[in-house]
Each structure stands twice: as structure tokens, then as C-alpha cells.
Write a protein that binds this ligand. Structure first.
Ligand code: GRF
Length: 199
């Protein structure tokens, strides 16, 4: 059985691309049913469209409230039969209503070893703090930002010569490996965390 996945992006979409490529393997337990972007200039949309994946632009600026924007997201995902939602560089905070409806089926990738460096500018903050290990985390989304149960993490070393650019490239390469592995676990129903048994 192949689980239909919806991916939400805002920009470049390189993690979405990694998921699309992983899903192309015949034995992968999920497929990308839909890619939604909230910004018209999201480069990732073109990539998905060229591969025959259904795409949809839902711009948050077209809605008066966050709830209305999220209702449009929810309707579009549901109509496409989506069973797991992957946030991949989706730069809008999702409200409690949306998060609760998709609980256990909504996952995110974050560019740090959570619980360290929640929020933005993780690579700069990692360099400033002097940590020797940094990395990325895939986790279920809960109502509190960057706090849901962790599905998987990858560590990368931090070198004294690192800049934000070199460190973020190293982390991004790790993200592209980690996200498909974690999606596979969730799609197979192999991941269990108290209260998050969505599938
Ligand atoms: C990634 O670093 C991801 O961890 C973060 O936003 C970035 C998105 O990059 N949430 P991309 O759009 O997937 O290339």
C-alpha cells in the first residue's frame, strides 16, 4: 500500500525534491499526491509540476484570517486524499485547529538538533554558541512550535572554519537523507510515540 502524501512548501523546495525522488523507488511506502505552496515565487512548484505532480498555490495573503487560510489548506489536502502532510520549508505557523486535525499525520523538518535552536536562524545561532555538533530533526508537529515528538535526527560536525553557508549546506545534505527515511517510518506505521499514533 502506498500512502498519499501532501507537501507544503514556501520556497526552494529542496527537501520536497528529496521526498519526490525517494517516493519514486518502487518499494517506497508513500507517494507525493500534492504539493502546495503559499508563495507564488516558490521555485519548488516548477519542479513538482514538471514531474507530473499535482500542484496548488494557496497564498496566505488571499485570506483575511489564518483560520480561513488553514481551512483552504485542509480542504485541498482532504480532496486530494492526503493521509500524511510533510512541511518542507513551509514558512507559516500553523494554528492549533489545523495541527489537532492532522495530529500524528503532520511532520516537519527543522535545521537543528531539537530541542536546541528552535525557531529561525539556527545555523547562525549554532555557530555563535560554539556547539561542536549541529544537525537536523524530523518531528511530528504539535501545537507548540518545534516541540512535537522526534521521529529522527542526524548530527553533523561543526568546524572552526565554518560559516553560515558552509554549515547550512552540510545540514541541508543531511536533511535530504533524513526526511525520506522518517517519512518511510511514518508511512509504514513503524513509528509510535505516546498520543501520536495517527496512523
Ligand atoms: C530547510 O533547512 C528546512 O529544514 C527548513 O527550511 C529549509 C527549507 O529548505 N524548515 P528547502 O525549501 O527544503 O530547500
Amino acid at each position: 500500500m502506498s500512502v498519499p502524501v501532501g507537501v507544503l512548501i514556501s520556497g526552494r523546495g529542496s527537501n520536497m525534491q528529496a521526498l519526490v525522488k525517494a517516493c519514486a523507488a518502487p518499494d517506497f511506502p508513500a507517494h507525493i499526491a500534492l504539493v502546495i505552496a503559499n508563495c507564488a515565487d516558490s521555485e519548488g512548484l516548477k519542479f513538482a509540476h514538471e514531474r507530473g505532480i499535482k500542484i496548488k498555490l494557496i497564498e496566505h495573503t488571499d485570506f483575511e484570517t489564518r483560520e480561513a487560510f488553514e481551512a483552504a489548506l485542509h480542504t485541498t489536502l482532504s480532496e486530494a486524499g492526503v493521509d500524511i502532510v510533510c512541511l518542507a520549508g513551509f514558512m507559516r505557523l500553523l494554528g492549533a485547529g489545523f495541527v489537532r486535525v492532522w495530529k500524528g499525520k503532520l511532520i516537519n523538518i527543522h535545521p537543528s538538533l531539537l530541542p536546541a535552536f528552535r525557531g529561525l536562524n539556527t545555523h547562525r545561532r549554532a555557530l555563535e554558541s560554539g556547539v561542536k555538533q549541529h544537525g537536523c530533526t524530523v518531528h511530528f508537529v504539535s501545537v507548540k512550535m518545534d516541540e512535537g515528538p522526534i521521529i529522527g535526527q542526524t548530527e553533523v560536525p561543526v568546524y572552526e572554519t565554518d560559516t553560515v553557508d558552509t554549515l547550512s549546506s552540510r545540514v541541508l545534505a543531511a536533511e535530504h537523507q533524513l526526511y525520506p527515511k522518517c517519512l518511510q517510518l511514518v508511512a509504514q506505521g513503524d513509528f509510535r510515540s505516546l498520543g501520536f499514533e495517527g496512523r
